[in-house]
Write a protein that binds this ligand. Structure first.
Ligand SMILES: Cc1cc2nc3c(=O)[nH]c(=O)nc-3n(C[C@H](O)[C@H](O)[C@H](O)COP(=O)(O)OP(=O)(O)OC[C@H]3O[C@@H](n4cnc5c(N)ncnc54)[C@H](O)[C@@H]3O)c2cc1C
Ligand code: SF4
Length: 379
């Protein structure tokens, strides 16, 4: 597509397809660390009115994840007349066991005695999943380039410990608009205009302060002490000293480099779906109203068709079958008994996890043509 605007604001959310190309093309990470990610899964439930506490927020960390895997849950009682809760689970995409399934971890979480009461008598009405940025302050790229800038989660403005990013996305959009409008007023808005003032405005805003204060929370969980080290560090420096420590912790390697060979890991036994509290993938995807126009170019592209079987299946036992929250990737046997990766692209809910977590970095998610994808309602 040819963009003819003098200045374009890119706002694709986490791990945008165009944003990732802009970051590479203009080397926008030259002075920043790589981005790190989590996958967030979410459901909307109508619950027994007697259990509804409008406005109540519940967060947990850990279980059912092991202590070396970052993640936890959120459960929000929506402040609406209908007794609705939004419940979800985030798993850091730097996990190392290829047998881990973020979707099944989430399903298992709902069985915990502290929350299962909501689901025993409730009704699930929506499901969705999306990758989110976890890299925080140290992973913010340069925000501007000739002819445009990036805002919101395209540039990684998510407060990781709070799992909140809409306020920062809105503020960054307002400041980008301010910077471009000022250039327009000064008659400086030419083709290829780079709104450098936007980055200065961001650095002087509360977004920058908030992101800086939270910068060490996520990497503190990367230590060998995992959950326990991260909790101790966060309690002391983030809660106690409000992120004022003078150092900045670095992230480990990119998420795609963390998986261990399956031969070094134990398969994880997850409870079977009971269709009241826990569900399977396909009935979940059915709630997303996902649709893609037929006869369009593939939006899940492989750089090398041999890699899935030759590398991902052989070494990691096909982890894309488990990290995809929509059952898009399936290894099947051909008539001749060979393994083959089948990609059910029609089911893709655009979470971008495969593009991030594939250990071979062989999957390239591109924006589909038309307006295809999930059609979430109330999410
Ligand atoms: C499970 C989960 C729970 C969360 N909970 C909260 C919360 O409680 N509070 C909070 O503040 N934040 C929360 N967040 C984070 C919040 O969703 C994001 O920070 C916020 O949505 C970022 O806004 P954005 O406008 O940058 O991107 P998005 O909201 O992701 O919007 C980007 C839009 O651009 C579209 N798009 C992408 N690429 C293209 C393209 N090439 N062409 C055309 N359109 C495109 C996408 O379809 C999408 O509609 C949560 C995130 C997740 C995953
Ligand atoms: S195919 Fe990729 S982007 Fe689509 S739902 Fe699965 S992991 Fe997410």
């Amino acid at each position: 597509m040819e963009l003819r605007a003098k200045c374009t604001i890119f706002s694709e959310g986490c791990h945008g397809h165009l944003s990732k190309q802009l970051i590479n093309r203009y080397d926008l990470r030259k002075n920043a660390q790589h981005q790190t990610y989590g996958i967030g899964l979410k459901e909307l439930w109508e619950i027994d009115p007697s259990l509804h506490r409008p406005g109540r927020v519940e967060h947990t960390i850990g279980w059912p994840l092991n202590y070396r895997t970052y993640g936890g849950s959120f459960l929000y009682h929506l402040a609406e007349e209908t007794p609705l809760i939004a419940v979800g689970f985030v798993v850091g995409l730097d996990y190392d066991n290829p047998y881990l399934s973020p979707f099944k971890e989430f399903q298992q979480f709902k069985l915990h005695p502290s929350v299962r009461k909501y689901f025993e008598t409730g009704k699930r009405i929506a499901y969705g999943a999306r990758a989110l940025n976890e890299g925080g302050f140290q992973s913010i790229p340069k925000l501007t380039f000739p002819g445009g800038c990036m805002i919101g989660c395209s540039s990684g403005f998510l407060n990781t410990p709070k799992i909140k990013g809409t306020h920062n996305a809105m503020k960054s959009g307002m400041l980008a608009a301010d910077a471009i409008y000022q250039a327009f007023e000064r008659n400086e808005l030419e083709h290829g205009y780079e709104p450098v003032e936007y980055e200065n405005l961001m650095k002087n805003s509360w977004v920058w302060k908030e992101m800086k204060a939270a910068r060490n929370v996520r990497p503190s969980f990367d230590t060998r002490l995992g959950l326990y080290g991260g909790l101790a560090y966060t309690g002391l420096f983030y809660v106690g000293f409000r992120g004022m420590e003078p150092w900045t912790l670095k992230h480990g390697p990119p998420d795609s480099q963390h998986l261990k060979p399956s031969s070094e890991c134990q398969p994880i036994e997850y409870p079977k779906p009971d269709n009241q509290i826990t569900f399977d993938l396909l009935s979940s995807v059915a709630l997303t109203n996902t649709n893609h126009e037929a006869d369009q170019p593939a939006h899940l592209t492989l750089k090398d068709d041999n890699i899935p079987v030759e590398r991902n299946l052989k070494i990691f036992d096909g982890p894309e079958q488990r990290f995809c929250p929509a059952g898009v990737y399936e290894y099947i046997k051909t008539d001749s008994g060979d393994d083959r990766l089948q990609i059910n692209a029609q089911n893709c809910i655009h979470c971008k996890t495969c593009d991030i977590k594939d250990p071979s970095q062989n999957i390239n998610w591109v924006t589909p043509e038309g307006a295809g994808g999930p059609a979430y309602n109330g999410m």
